[in-house]
Ligand binder design. Structure first.
Ligand SMILES: [Zn+2]
Ligand SMILES: [Zn+2]
Length: 359
C-alpha cells in the first residue's frame, strides 16, 4: 500500500506534516496502547515503515521514483545443458553479464506480468459528508479485461504443433561453448499450441469500458486524503494484476467549524459578564447542540474542550470539540450601563498592566 496513503498525507507533504501524521497515528496504534491487538500492531508496523521512508529525503526521493520495493521476483527455470565444443567461438568472448543475462530475472519487468496502470479521480465532499462518510458513484473509463478472451489475449484453437519451437517444447541458445535451454515460452514446454491470438483485443487482453464505480467514503476523511479502490485502475495487458483507482477527496470548508486533526474547532463569542461570572451557554455541535460550561474568569483565547464531539476516527473513537473563547466587549448605548461600568472600574482599580512596568 502506498506510503502516503498509509500516513494520510499528500504527496507534496512537508517533513513536519509527515512527522505530525506519524505522531498522530503512533498515538493511536502503538502496541503499548493496544495490547494484544494484532491488527493495530500490523498497522503500526506499516505506519512506521512508511514514516521511516518518507522522513528521509533520499529514501523518499527513491520511493517517489520507483514506488514500493518489489516483493515478488519471478523465477525462470533455465537448465544448463553442458558445453558444446563442436562450434568455434566467434567474436569476442562474452562478458559475465552477457553470459548470464538470459538467466537472471529481467530487471525491466518484461519477464514478469506487467501490472495495469493506476487511475486517479477526485470527489468533492461537504464538510458534514466528510465527517459522516458518504457514498459516491463515479463514472470511470478504464481498461478492463477483454470479454472475448477473459484478459489473456489468446483464444482456444484447434491443436497444432508449436511454431516457436517447432514442436520440441524447448528453446536453446548458446554462449560460447555453453548451451542453455529453457521451456518454450510460447507453448509452455508442451510443443503443442492450442491457442491463437484474440482478435477482439488484438492480443492485448484489455478493452476500454465506462463503468459506474461505487465509492464508500469512510467517516472522518480529511481534505486532500486519498482513497484507494483496489483493482479498479486499468487492467493489465495479458492478465497481469490490475492497477488501482485512487480518489482524492476535496472537503469544502464549514461556515462555523474548522478541523485540526481529529478535533473540531469552533470560535465561541462570550459576553464579558458570562466570562467573568461563569455561565452555561448553548453552542452548536456537528450533530446538534450542547451546553458549554464557561468557568468564571475565562479569558479571551481560552480553549474549552468537549470530549468526543469531534471528528469520527478510524478506530471508532472521536476527536474533541474545542471551543475557542472570544470575549465580546460591550459597547453600551445607554447611560445606565455606562454608569455600571464606571462603578465597576472604581471598585476594581486596574491592576492588569502592572507587570508591563516591573522587572
Ligand atoms: Zn481479447
Ligand atoms: Zn513451443
Amino acid at each position: 500500500m502506498d506510503f502516503y496513503v498509509i500516513l494520510g498525507v499528500e504527496r507534496g507533504a512537508s517533513g513536519t506534516e509527515v512527522e505530525r501524521a506519524y505522531t498522530r497515528l503512533a498515538r493511536r496504534y502503538h502496541p503499548d496502547i493496544n495490547p494484544g491487538d494484532s491488527e493495530a500492531a500490523a498497522f503500526f508496523r506499516r505506519v512506521t515503515d512508511a514514516y521511516q521512508t518518507l522522513r528521509n529525503p533520499e529514501r523518499r526521493r527513491a520511493y517517489d521514483e520507483q514506488g514500493e520495493p518489489r516483493t515478488t521476483v519471478r523465477r525462470t527455470s533455465v537448465e544448463f545443458r553442458g558445453f558444446d565444443f563442436s562450434t568455434p567461438v566467434s567474436g569476442a568472448s562474452a562478458t559475465f553479464g552477457e553470459l548470464f543475462s538470459e538467466l537472471l530475472p529481467d530487471a525491466s519487468g518484461s519477464g514478469a506480468p506487467e501490472a495495469g496502470g493506476d487511475l486517479h479521480g477526485e470527489i468533492t465532499l461537504s464538510f458534514e459528508e466528510s465527517l459522516r462518510g458518504a457514498v459516491r458513484q463515479l463514472t470511470v473509463t478504464r481498461l478492463d479485461a477483454c470479454a472475448a478472451c477473459g484478459g489473456s489475449g489468446v483464444r482456444r484453437a484447434a491443436e497444432r504443433g508449436c511454431a516457436a519451437c517447432q514442436g520440441s517444447g524447448a528453446t536453446q541458445w548458446r554462449r560460447g561453448h555453453m548451451v542453455f535451454s529453457k521451456a518454450c515460452a510460447a507453448c509452455g514446454g508442451s510443443g503443442r499450441q492450442r491457442q491463437r491470438p484474440c482478435t477482439a483485443c488484438r492480443a492485448e487482453g484489455t478493452a476500454a469500458v465506462t463503468e459506474q464505480i461505487r465509492v464508500q467514503v469512510p467517516a472522518g476523511v480529511a481534505d486532500g486524503s486519498r482513497l484507494r479502490v483496489p483493482g479498479k485502475g486499468n487492467a493489465a495487458p495479458r492478465g497481469g494484476p490490475a492497477g488501482d483507482l485512487y480518489i482524492t477527496a476535496a472537503v469544502e470548508p464549514h461556515r462555523l467549524f474548522r478541523r485540526d486533526g481529529d478535533d473540531l474547532l469552533l470560535e465561541v463569542p462570550v459576553d464579558v459578564h458570562e466570562a467573568a461570572l461563569g455561565a452555561d451557554i448553548r453552542i452548536p455541535t456537528i450533530d446538534g447542540s450542547t451546553t458549554l460550561r464557561v468557568p468564571a474568569g475565562t479569558q479571551s483565547g481560552a480553549r474549552l474542550r468537549l470530549p468526543a464531539l469531534g471528528v469520527p476516527a478510524r478506530d471508532g473513537a472521536r476527536g474533541d470539540l474545542v471551543a475557542e473563547v472570544r470575549i465580546v466587549v460591550p459597547r453600551p448605548e445607554d447611560e445606565r450601563s455606562r454608569d455600571l461600568l464606571r462603578e465597576f472600574g472604581r471598585i476594581n482599580p486596574a491592576g492588569s498592566r502592572q507587570h508591563l512596568f516591573t522587572e
